[in-house]
Write a protein that binds this ligand. Structure first.
Ligand code: UDP
Ligand code: MG
Length: 313
């Protein structure tokens, strides 16, 4: 029997690319020797994305659509797609065609050779702002230094995962998801596949700075407790510093007998220590916020509509 490959595509305000994305994926997938299904996840877009997807699904039963009740974010959209996929392998790809669908057959070939995860590694990125290139570069360096798990550099979520990896992934209930890290964490046989990242086909990035920062903190805080260890270290250093200041001020008092002098050093010390304390509290707060998020046990996303799924609505 032919193997089934599911392709998961998250979409947020992608009316300009939805059709093209469907055509390119269909072109590539229909030429292969595996069966396929396309799973489009509408992450609460209120433009024409959903009507376009519905139109496509009406004429092509290989297309399944999952639509959220509101925007739950890229990582949750991908998660919903993995839950809604029934393939022996699942490919995760962006809608904007920055990840070339033409790479999928190579991924499938590697999978058939016996690899469980085939992740696409960017050789070059076209059409990205300098800001994005620089921040991404340093983010991955920083992540590498901070994280306890080996997370491959220059790698997005564009990848193929085997059914057994998907099953493990589905059993990871964490709320603040950093999928590329989670899949790296599970292990199994993983292999990179190099490619050139293209320009966005149309439209603008759906990752404004705020979402990028949230994503970065999910990557760092979700995968490491090093920030907590670091603040203990910084705390230790400030204690040493304050002991020096303590001795200095006592000696000053004894030698000069004046207490008015030393105002500058006093202000400096207060400012420095309160800064360090606030930063440390902030970092601890981030971890507590995550514990809080987990303890609420809310669903990762809410599905409003499912199209071309027989069993359930
Ligand atoms: N996306 C999503 N929900 C969001 C933001 C983005 O589903 O809240 C999707 C988006 O439609 C695209 C993918 O995630 O398919 C990657 O987004 P984008 O291309 O804007 O990110 P960039 O490539 O600029 O990092
Ligand atoms: Mg993109």
């Amino acid at each position: 029997m032919k193997k089934l490959v599911s392709v998961v595509v998250p979409m947020y305000f992608e009316e300009e690319v939805a059709y093209e994305c469907y055509h390119r994926l269909t072109d590539v997938m229909s030429k292969g020797d595996t069966d396929y299904e396309l799973i489009f996840v509408n992450d609460g877009s209120t433009d024409k994305t959903l009507p376009i997807l519905k139109g496509i699904a009406l004429n092509d039963k290989k297309v399944k659509v999952i639509s959220f009740s509101r925007n739950f974010g890229h990582q949750n959209a991908v998660t919903a797609g993995v839950f809604g996929a029934s393939g022996d392998a699942i490919v995760i790809i962006d809608a904007d065609l920055q990840d070339p669908p033409e790479l999928i057959p190579d991924m499938i070939a590697k999978w058939q050779e016996g690899y469980d995860v085939v992740y696409a590694k960017r050789k070059q990125r076209k059409g990205e702002s300098i800001f994005k290139l620089v921040t991404a570069k340093y983010f991955y360096k920083f992540l590498h230094a901070m994280s306890d798990v080996e997370i491959p550099k220059d790698t997005g979520d564009f990848r193929l995962i085997d059914r057994k990896v998907a099953e493990v992934f589905k059993n990871m209930p964490e709320r603040n998801r950093f999928i590329r890290g989670m899949i790296s964490w599970v292990g199994f046989k993983q292999i990179p596949l190099e490619y050139e990242r293209q320009e966005r086909f149309a439209g603008k990035t759906k990752y404004p700075l705020k979402k990028m920062l949230k994503f970065a903190s999910d990557g760092i805080i979700g995968f490491s407790s090093k920030p907590l260890k670091m603040i203990s270290f910084v705390g230790g250093c400030t204690i040493v510093l304050s002991i020096i200041l303590f001795i200095y001020s006592i000696v000053e008092k004894i030698i000069k007998g004046s207490t008015v002098q030393g105002w500058t050093s006093l202000i400096c010390a207060v400012a420095l220590f309160s800064g360090v304390q606030l930063l440390s509290l902030g970092i601890i707060g981030q971890y507590i916020a995550r514990i809080y998020d987990e303890s609420k046990q809310r669903p990762l996303y809410i599905i409003d509509e499912k199209i071309n799924y027989e069993e359930e609505k």
